[in-house]
Write a protein of this length. Structure first.
Length: 562
């Protein structure tokens, strides 16, 4: 298969006009939806279904929100401790990866003293928040979820600018946050606040099991799902009765601040949710090592997650819960009995959605030899049609990667991949015209690496996927499992026995069979619990699933004798 440079150029050319065109040219429906966009609430709920076939109203609402967000950029945003704004001596700029001339905001570089004060504020309010009746916390958290849905378009527009996420992915991230919180509220109610009568030794014995919060909980989030992976864990921690100190990734502090505003406006009391910005070493380290911190949820890379784990275990006086959600190197296996159209679409979406910067991205594709060429033809055709550009634009699928480090990493990886494999598609950075001031790279497909190549083990976190041809499903399964990670995995086959073989052997926390919407990506709260095995996670209790919320609670057995 030759390098499809021509097709790539064609795809890039196609992307150019789409980035300057605001919306579709159909005038009549636009007028109708423009007025709908001014209505207080959308006429639909954002779900997978509405995102799969987005309406004109959805697009117009996003564009109106984007206009508003653009008008308010460039502000200085404080740290929030105990409900009070705090401005530090040193600040940092938050610039868009779409165009680094776009200054989104100026943020505070927190210090160890700020960390100490945030933990103290959270500790001070813990007795009040934790002793509220659980159904009162449910009411406040449900209000937070509703506020997220009300503000979804503004938050999504800001997220597109800050992360480089396309509009549908950004809306999905925001609405997923609301649904995570709603799901945990439902769980709390379904379990009567986790207060459960136990067996009685006699009529005079009254025994019960009560789940109670721990205390101050730290939430550290990554850049790629800056709302769902902050609001999900923070929502669960708060609902359980813990108080929270939250540190967003330094690439995405603004979306993190929007989460602070949501909890504040929903009625979470001052100090129960604190927001602190700054680097991993200056803020993250003192935060996770603080003796008054009772529990930690970290979502991010394996390297940082494991370093936190080791440091905390080495320094803590007694054990504390540490929920780590880390990286992935997610395989897709395509059987000779697969529907190749579905497989090609699912692989394209999961390899290149959010520029391959999802922990669940499909970064390895194992295809059986008899269907290799047919699959590849369809997969490369879909890849060549991807629109690259400013992800706030309607038809753009692939935006920029997050920052200069990622952009340079892409170039370093490509040197290795060109040396050791065959680049079937892409492989270049884009620097001309509208791409000149952002971090744009091509979606890239690589073939011919030896199955034990380091880049088939290491998470690259970029729009690069590698294809390996296999002679049997057993061989594919062996390779699929021969990595440290175990987050998501996909399989395509119409043979029920093969599907069972996949489920029996695959080592991953989230698995999908025959999914066109995404081979390895796209879990939704209440539908697919999301958590990793092996190096991908410490507890393997998926977020948005039935065993997640109880991780933020500890059991007390209570016996009273008349
Ligand atoms: P990252 O570099 O590991 O950073 C994650 C968070 O940790 C950021 O807020 C970062 O702050 C903070 N941090 C860095 N050093 C720290 C330290 N010494 N102590 C405490 N906190 C520290 O990850 P990322 O690049 O933002 O996100 C991408 C990674 O997250 C990928 O590996 C991806 O697979 C993983 N991820 C996993 C899941 C999952 O559910 N399993 C979901 C999404 C992403 P700064 O930004 O200030 O450095």
């Amino acid at each position: 298969m030759p390098v499809k440079k021509k097709a790539m150029k064609k795809a890039a050319k196609k992307a150019t006009p789409s980035t300057t065109r605001k919306v579709s040219a159909r005038a009549a429906p636009r007028r109708r939806v423009a007025s709908l966009a001014e209505a207080p609430a959308p006429s639909f709920k954002i779900t997978y279904a509405t995102l799969a076939i987005p309406s004109d109203e959805l697009h117009i609402r996003y564009e109106v929100a984007l206009g508003k967000v653009r008008e308010s950029l460039g502000e200085t945003i404080p740290i929030m401790i105990g409900g009070q704004p705090r401005y530090t001596e040193r600040t940092f700029e938050d610039r868009s990866p779409i165009d680094t001339d776009w200054l989104l905001g100026i943020f505070q570089r927190g210090t160890p003293q700020d960390v100490h004060d945030a933990v103290a504020a959270a500790k001070a309010v813990f007795p009040v928040w934790s002793r509220l009746p659980w159904d009162e916390r449910v009411r406040i958290l449900r209000r937070a979820a509703d506020l997220i849905s009300e503000r979804a378009f503004e938050i999504a527009a800001l997220m597109s600018l800050e992360v480089g996420k396309n509009r549908l992915e950004a809306l999905g991230d925001v609405e997923e946050t609301a649904d995570l919180i709603r799901y945990y509220c439902d769980q709390m109610e379904a379990n009567d606040g986790y207060i459960r009568p136990m067996k009685q030794e006699s009529p005079k014995h009254h025994n019960r099991s009560v789940l109670k919060p721990y205390g101050v909980w730290v939430v550290i989030s990554p850049f790629n799902f800056p709302f769902a992976l902050a609001g999900g864990p923070a929502g669960a921690a708060l609902l359980a009765g813990n108080t929270v100190v939250f540190k967003p990734a330094s690439d995405t502090p603004y979306v993190g601040y929007k989460l602070y505003e949501i909890f504040r406006d929903a009625g979470v009391p001052d100090g129960a949710f604190n927001y602190i910005t700054g680097s991993g070493s200056e803020v993250g380290d003192p935060l996770v090592l603080h003796p008054d911190v009772a529990g930690i949820t970290f979502t991010g890379s394996y390297e940082v997650g494991m370093s936190i784990y080791r440091k905390v275990v080495a320094s803590t006086k007694y054990p504390k819960p540490i929920i780590l959600e880390m990286g992935g190197k997610n395989p897709v296996i395509i059987s000779r009995h697969a529907d190749l159209d579905r497989a090609a679409l699912g692989c394209m979406r999961s390899a290149f959605g959010l520029q391959g910067q999802k922990c669940s991205a499909a970064s390895r594709i194992y295809v059986e030899r008899p269907v290799r060429d047919a699959f590849l033809e369809k997969f490369l055709d879909l890849t060549s049609k991807i629109r690259i550009g400013d992800p706030t634009q309607r038809d753009v699928f692939l935006g920029p990667v997050i920052n200069r480090t990622a952009y340079e990493k892409f170039q370093r990886y490509m040197e290795i991949l060109r040396r050791d494999g065959v680049v079937l598609f892409g492989g270049n950075v884009l620097t001309d015209g509208e791409f000149a001031k952002g971090y744009f790279v091509e979606p890239t497909v690589v073939d011919g690496l030896p199955p034990d190549h380091p880049l088939l083990q290491e998470e690259m976190f970029l729009p690069i996927t590698c294809l390996v041809t296999v002679d049997s499903l057993e061989e594919a399964m062996r390779y699929a499992n021969a990595v440290d990670y175990g987050l998501t995995a996909g399989f395509y086959s119409n043979d029920p026995q093969e599907i069972q073989l996949f489920f029996d052997h695959i080592e991953a926390g989230v698995t999908y069979v025959n999914r066109a919407a995404g081979a390895t990506t796209g879990a939704w709260p209440g539908y697919q619990p999301f958590g990793g095995w092996k190096a991908s996670g410490s507890t393997s209790r998926g977020s948005g699933g039935p065993y997640y919320l109880i991780q933020y609670l500890r059991e007390q057995s209570q016996t009273v004798i008349d």
